[in-house]
Design a protein around this ligand. Structure first.
Ligand SMILES: C[S@@+](CC[C@H](N)C(=O)[O-])C[C@H]1O[C@@H](n2cnc3c(N)ncnc32)[C@H](O)[C@@H]1O
Length: 223
């Protein structure tokens, strides 16, 4: 499937599920202490070390969906904004979090200047990217991060892919790619993003595979 076809399917599928996805994901972080711990560690690292704009370090939530992670990061004291391919998801995010910034966009070609971000999060949003496109995607993440900037990825840890034709009660056309954390770390490293920590936890309610989390950092000239 060409990149255009894959992005079109992802956009159309998430447009269809946006409202129900937001409702079902709404409080999911409440019962996930390890996930919250990683987001807190990421936010603290960004606050401590990131380059600062006038209003604090800027962080992009890439593939933000309904904006729950964007909002959580803002509560943790970083100036996060969301980007998502799906206009319906962005509409839900704007409605749910009226004080925050959300834009429609593809995370593989961001409308963000080189080195503008102190941090970026892709929280279960790289899962539909075909593995052969990950080097280019991670290259784009590295481009927008400032030297010393932090990246946090959450993804389904494992091998292979799963086809989905229904999700959140709607017809969809999605492929979910699982990746071994070693492979993700290797690809990040190839893009200039060095692993600083990782966690793999067992699946919890509503999850069908172990969950991988990787923190990485763009090299800074002083390092
Ligand atoms: C499983 S949802 C996760 C949403 C959000 N990160 C969360 O955890 O609540 C995946 C989201 O990633 C978005 N997405 C997938 N591929 C994308 C791409 N290439 N560019 C921008 N958004 C993308 C989808 O539109 C969808 O909203």
């Amino acid at each position: 499937m060409s990149e255009t076809a894959y992005l079109s399917s992802v956009r159309a599928s998430y447009d269809a599920v946006a409202v129900d996805c937001a409702r079902l994901l709404g409080t999911a972080l409440d019962g996930r202490p390890l996930d919250r711990a990683l987001l807190a560690a990421f936010a603290e690292s960004v606050r401590a070390g990131g380059p600062r704009g006038a209003a604090g370090p800027a962080v992009a939530d890439l593939g933000c969906g309904p904006g729950r992670i964007t909002a959580h990061l803002n509560r943790l004291g970083v100036r996060a904004f969301g980007v998502d391919l799906s206009p319906a998801m962005v509409a839900v995010a704007r409605r749910s979090h009226p004080g925050l910034r959300f834009e429609v966009g593809a995370m593989g070609s961001l409308d963000v200047a080189d080195g503008a971000l102190a941090g970026a999060v892709a929280w279960h949003s790289t899962l539909h990217t075909p593995p052969e496109e990950l080097p280019s995607l991670f290259g784009e993440f590295a481009r927008v991060l400032a030297p010393g900037g932090h990246l946090l990825l959450a993804f389904g840890a494992g091998e292979g892919r799963v086809r989905l034709d229904r999700a959140y009660g709607h017809a969809v056309d999605l492929t979910v790619h699982r990746m071994p954390p070693d492979r993700v770390a290797e690809l990040l490293s190839g893009a200039g993003l060095a692993e600083s920590a990782r966690l793999v936890r067992q699946p919890e309610a509503g999850e069908d595979c172990p969950q991988g989390f990787l923190l990485a950092r763009k090299a800074s000239p002083a390092a």
